[in-house]
Structure formats: C-alpha cells, structure tokens
Ligand binder design. Structure first.
Ligand code: K7E
Ligand code: CUA
Length: 635
C-alpha cells in the first residue's frame, strides 16, 4: 500500500481547521424544536442513561445524564477532590499514595457474558501506571492498583474481558526493565521493552491484582479491545512506532506504511503461567512470547493506527489509521485460519507476523483521520474522524460483491462534529448487545462554540441520534478537560445506595450516640470520636497540645438521603465529607499553638452555619489540666 497522505498535508488540514464533512447547514425552526424536545429532560424528570466519561488529566470520572448531557456528578479517582472530601481522610489518602493526579482515558464497565452487569467501573491512569475500581454500589473509588510493576504509560487500558476475568493493559512507553534499570535511550531497540499486563479481577469483590505479563518489543502500544464470541479469549492492540525511534517521534515513528498490531491469546497466556512457563520479574510472572508460542502474534495495520475495536459479534476488528484515509477491517475467522495454517509474512523477535492479505476483509474509505469505532449491533459502525472532524456511519461486512469492488458504497452517512473528534461512544458498543439510540462524540476542540471563557477552553461533547438511517446531531455540551472514552449504562441497570445503613458500618471508631463520643489522651496520642448530626458536632471542642498526634473520627449518624456533613479544619488543610451513615478519619501532627475552628462544610440545614467547634492547641504543658494536658471537650 502506498502512503496516501503526507504529514504536511495533514498539518495543513489541521491548521486550517478544514473539514471535508461539509459545512454545518442551518437547522430549520421545526428541526430545532424537535431536537430540543429529544434531549429535553423537564425539571423533576430524569435521564434515561448514565454517561461515565473520563476526565483525562483531571484524574477524575464525570457522570452525565443522557439525553440531557447535563453533568450530574464527579467521581474523584486519581486526584484529591475537596467537594467530596476525597484525598483528605486516611483511607482515600492511602489509595492516592504519593500521587495527586492521574490521566484517566478509558473507563470499562464490568461485564458478565459480554453484557454490562452494573457492578464496577474500571479506569486506567496513563501517567502513573495504575488502574482504579469504582463500585457502582455507591459510585465511589474503592481500589487503586499500582503503579503496576514492569509497566510504563498505562494507556492501552483498561479493557475488560467478557466475564470481567481480567483488565488487560498495554504500555504506551517502553523503558529498560525492570523499572529502575538505566540505559541510554540511544540503545532503545536493544535495551527497552514494552509489556502487556493481565490484571486479575476477583469475581466476587472486584479486587484487582497483577496476574501475569507478556514482554513485547519496544513499540508504543496504543488502543485495544477484547474479543467475544468467535474471538473469545483474545485481545488486540494497535501500535505506533514499530520504527522503534527514541526521538522526534512525530517524524521518526511515522516512516513505515504499516505498524504492527498485537493479537494476544490471553487464555493461552494464563495457561502458560499456570504451567510454569513464565519467569519472574519484580514479583510478576513474565511470558517471553519467543519462548512460548501461541500467546502473541502481530498483524500489519496502516498507517499510524489508533483505535482497535471489536464489533458486537466478535468477528470484525476495526482499526483506525490516523494517517490513512481508511479503516482496516480484520476478519477474526481469517486471523484464526492464518494462525492455524501458519500464513505468516515473517516474524519479529520470534513472534509470527500474520500475512496482511490473508486476514484483512477490506479497507473502508471513511475519510481523513479515523480514530475510534463504535457499533450499534445492527450491522453498522460509527467512526470518529479527527482530521475530517465528523462521525462516519458505515456498513460492516458481510459485503456484496459489488460493495467489495467499491467500498465507498458501504459508507452510509457523515455528520460534522465540532471539532476534531477523539473518542465516540455508542451505548453498549463493547458488549454483545448494544442498546439505546445515542452516540456521543467527544471532541478535542470546542473553539468558539461557546461563550468566551478566556484561553483555557473546555472540551465539547455532542449528542447524536443514531436510531434512523441518517444520523442526527441533537445537542452539544461542554466538559472539563478532558474526556477520552466513555461508557453508557441504562439507569435501570444499577441501584446505587443513597445512605450507608447503620448496621453495615463496621468502623470500630464509629459513634452513634452522645454517650459514645469522646476525646481521650494516651501519651501524646489524642483521639477524638465525633458524631455529626443536623446541625452540631458532638463534642464540639477538642483540646490538645503542640507536639500531639491527633486522630479524629467523625460519624455522620444521619440515615436520610442527601444529609451530608463536612468537617473542615481551619488552616490545617483538612476537609472530610461524611455521607449519611459514614465514618471518616484523619490523622495529623499538631505543630502550631492556637485556637482553630472546625465547621461543617456541606450545607445541611437552616442552622448549617452554626455547625462548628474548636480545636484548642495549647502550648506544651499548658491546657485545662496543666502538664498532663487533659483533652477536655464539651458534649
Ligand atoms: Cu484516542 Cu487515550 Cu483512547 Cu484520547 S485516546 S482520544
Ligand atoms: Cu452539617 Cu452543614
């Protein structure tokens, strides 16, 4: 295949903001009204779907409603979030560890039999090589795993298998392994490696642990997807930089017409590890694919590919090629046959390269800059076009002979997006049964589409009705930086709790009545157990001394939904927020004398403002009972 577009041409297209999807034509009054009604959720009414969209380098996950596109909630994951007290209490501080940011790209809802089961949402952190689990029981982060050993740049992640057995991840960057080993980037080819990781998920609790890893050449692994149906047990990733350049990647990694995608048999990997065919590195069993045949294959994909998405039947695998004006459709049955018949066009470091012509069903001329593809389960694919700035609807195989001769015939519709779409999401696209009639385009640029907010511009998301033959742009909204992928879940598929029931609170330091609340001292350890109720803390005074270690447990004893209390401590960088029935704890060393008010930070009643108290930090040896430093406290 010859290169079909030059870098310069792309740069020009991007610079001009040119879109070949045509100008957006004005909508008629009747259409405007119909669109408004389609996305309108009247006051007091509710949305039909959740949109869980990644917050990119904000480190968070956002929840919006569909069809309104209204932002409803933020789930803090990799960054502190004072609004919910995340990152201030001991438990969430421990989960965050040494990091105060992450780069969230690809949320994945847990699945059972290739269907969303409404239990968990997993998200990756590209920056610090972590995976987090949000429980949909309370929409909160409950585990952060990582940094994952032997893994750098956890971007090709988190892709979940059809029964949530594994979260599969591939590295964006390569480094000398194990981590901590140093080599000159000039020796990149020889000294650097990438990795595919299988993160095992406990089927009952969702608890993650690193299962095994597959060593790879130092390609930059990009987007991936897991198999189902005929491709059950397999996973796929595109790559860029099979040139193995270590500098000026913009030029040096775009030399070849085709990069190598990875075809991974994760069940074979699991089996190989069980049979002892792995070697340990940094505590993880590592498979060398040259020594364990059948685990990894390569397939060439043009050019500088990005997205790699398996369709709902599990038969078609579609790769986007950022620098080629077509998507590449692989036929998994042909992939299987090529593996069985050894139809290879060579090998790289002992890993067979499947013959391109033997596994490709066709290249569909969708336009410029195809990135990601989603499916409606009715035989249609929807591809986001970064350069053309639009969404293209096209028909998956099987194609007629006539269509095969001229694949422009399978391109069905284009709708302009504003601007430069990255990911898009169709409800349930990564399951065996997509549902819902909506597609959301997550656009990288919103330039001038909104009221002027200065140079820091939001991203834009657009709602597209895909229920008809032609797509219909319905509504537009703006989001914090920076959505990459998203998942859509039917609201009726999950019933989150709104109150933590008292009997389920197992915190040994919880206090539910005045009589149980206390402030006690043991040496220089001062422990306060406070109760929060509309609208007071009990006790509302804590006495301690400079040099003391202070631990405060606060229980919100409310059992009514939306009755939330906060605990903000002046000039100590503390803000905990307790949901109804929840106990939270913070621990600080007291270093300065003074009287420091604490107060409820979450509006709770007409007398919320009165919900306050004092932390009195006496100088050493001073205080209500002198040198012994009695801790007082009024109840
Ligand atoms: Cu295309 Cu990280 Cu999935 Cu962004 S990635 S767009
Ligand atoms: Cu409690 Cu405001």
């Amino acid at each position: 295949m010859k290169p079909t577009i030059t870098l310069n041409a792309i740069a020009l297209v991007v610079a001009l903001g040119f879109t070949s999807c045509g100008k957006q034509t004005g909508t008629s009054q009747a259409e405007r009204t119909a669109n408004a009604v389609a996305s309108y959720v009247a006051p007091g009414e509710k949305d039909e779907y959740y949109l869980f969209y990644s917050g990119g380098h904000s480190g968070q996950v956002y929840v919006a409603g569909i069809p309104s596109l209204r932002h409803i909630s933020t789930i803090p994951v990799f960054a502190p979030y004072p609004a919910t007290g995340y990152g201030f209490d001991e438990e969430s501080k421990k989960m965050l560890g040494d990091f105060s940011w992450g780069d969230v790209h690809h949320p994945a809802l847990s699945q059972t039999n290739s269907k969303y089961d409404g239990r968990w949402l997993f998200v990756n952190d590209n920056a610090n090589n972590r995976i987090a689990r949000i429980d949909l029981h309370d929409f909160k982060t409950h585990q952060i795993l990582g940094p994952i050993p032997n893994s750098i740049g956890n971007h090709g992640s988190s892709f979940i298998t059809e029964n949530s057995e594994y979260i599969l991840c591939a590295t964006r960057f390569s480094v000398p392994l194990p981590k901590g080993r140093v080599a000159d980037p000039k020796d990149y080819e020889k000294e650097f490696n990438g990795m595919v990781s299988g993160i095992k998920v406990d089927p009952k609790t969702g608890e993650m642990k690193v299962g095994w890893q597959i060593l790879t050449p130092p390609f930059d692994w990009d987007l991936g997807s897991t198999g189902k149906g005929p491709s059950s047990g397999w996973a796929f990733w595109t790559s860029y930089n099979t040139e193995m350049a270590h500098d000026t990647l913009e030029v040096n990694s775009t030399q070849k017409d085709r990069d190598l995608a990875a075809v991974v048999n994760w069940r074979a990997a699991e089996k190989a590890v069980a049979e002892g065919k792995a070697e340990m590195m940094d505590g993880v069993p590592i498979i060398d694919p040259a020594k364990v045949p059948g685990v990894l294959y390569f397939v060439p994909i043009g050019k500088s590919p990005h997205g790699m998405d398996v369709d709902p039947t599990g038969k078609w695998i579609v790769a986007g090629g950022k620098l080629q004006p077509a998507t590449t459709v692989l036929n998994f049955e042909k992939v299987q046959a090529a593996i069985n018949n050894k139809t290879f066009e060579g090998e790289f470091r002992g890993v067979p390269i499947l013959k391109y012509e033997a596994v490709v069903e066709g290249e569909v001329p969708v336009g410029l800059g195809p990135l990601h593809t989603q499916y409606d389960g009715k035989g249609n694919a929807y591809t986001s076009m970064f350069i053309d700035s639009c969404i293209v609807k096209w028909k998956l195989p099987p194609w007629t002979d006539e269509e095969k001769k001229d694949l422009t015939k399978v391109v069905l519709d284009k709708v302009p997006a504003h601007f430069s779409t990255g990911h898009l999401v169709v409800a349930g696209s990564d399951t065996a049964q997509p549902y819902g009639k909506w597609c959301v385009a997550m656009n990288k640029l919103s330039a001038g589409r909104h009221i002027n907010v200065g140079p820091s511009q939001p991203e834009s998301s657009q709602l597209i009705d895909i229920s008809g033959e032609k797509m219909k742009m319905i509504a537009e909204a703006y989001t914090e930086p920076e959505p990459h992928f998203a998942q859509i879940l039917k609201v009726t598929d999950v019933q989150p709790t709104e109150v933590y029931p008292k009997d389920e609170n197992k915190d040994p330091n919880a206090v539910w009545e005045k009589a149980q609340s206390s402030v006690t001292r043991n040496g220089n350890q001062v422990v306060a157990k406070l109760m929060a109720i509309r609208s007071r803390f009990n006790p509302d005074r804590i006495d301690a001394q400079v040099g003391d270690e202070l631990t405060v447990h606060v229980t919100n004893v409310e059992q009514t939904r939306d009755m939330i209390h906060g605990f903000g401590l002046i000039e100590h960088n503390i803000n905990m927020v307790m949901d109804p029935g929840e106990t939270k704890t913070f621990h600080i060393k007291l270093t300065k004398p003074g009287v420091f008010p604490f107060y409820c930070t979450n509006f709770c009643s007409a007398l919320h403002q009165e919900m306050q108290g004092y932390l009195v930090v006496w100088k050493p040896g001073e205080g209500p009972s002198g040198a012994s430093g009695a801790v007082g406290g009024t109840k």
